[in-house]
Design a binder for this molecule. Sequence first.
Ligand SMILES: [Fe+2]
Length: 254
Amino acid sequence: MIDIHSHILPGIDDGAATPAEAIQIAKAAVEEGITSIIATPHHQNGKYINSKQSILENVEELNVLLRNENIPLSILPGQETRIHGDLLNELETDVILPLNHTNYVFIELPSGHVPRYTEQLLFDIQLKGLTPIIVHPERNAEIIENPDLLYKLVSKGSLTQITSSSITGHFGKNIKKFTLQLIEAQLTHFLASDVHSLKNRPFRLADGYGVLNREFGSKAVYLFKENTELLVKDMAVYKMDPTRIKKKKFLGIF
Ligand SMILES: [Fe+2]
């Protein structure tokens, strides 16, 4: 299993605080059945700046540490980039780090709203040959209020990633319900943990896939898992078709 969203790199954001904590998280990942995990520290979220070069160095350090501890987990480089006005410039100046050096980039919206320039910026990112992946849209207040905003962004080529703790109900009943609706509407493409700590924000990734299986069947699980494999290889992922809203199951759609 591959987890494409995590805050496992120690001491650089609100995820793991120390190398010892990162090791504990890595051990938990292995127990969960995860073999590779993309480290996606926050960047430009108003609190943390983590540019490409420093993330690459931190990833290398943690991989060495895990090898020394004989923990069979591979850390891949990535970044969770908050949408901001200087993003295109940061792409050009090599500050942004796409996921595992692919053409996929994580884009985080503010939790309360969708900035008016979002559609244009996501379009401009695509003009540069990159595919934006909007992280945890199910926790954005404006998207919950008006899902059509997300429909527009997805129908224009953006992908989205939902969080395992959302689908398991740990962010509340309403977010769980909305997450299931996003899957049903085929407005999402990846499931990931967004792990921050074992205490407050653990993986729950196996549980998340369990809920996906119960609600949508094994084919949905296969497609979501396959998409994480395709992503790290920089291959085209399965795109759901947002015009097929209200389909109950994935069966027969692809
Ligand atoms: Fe995150």
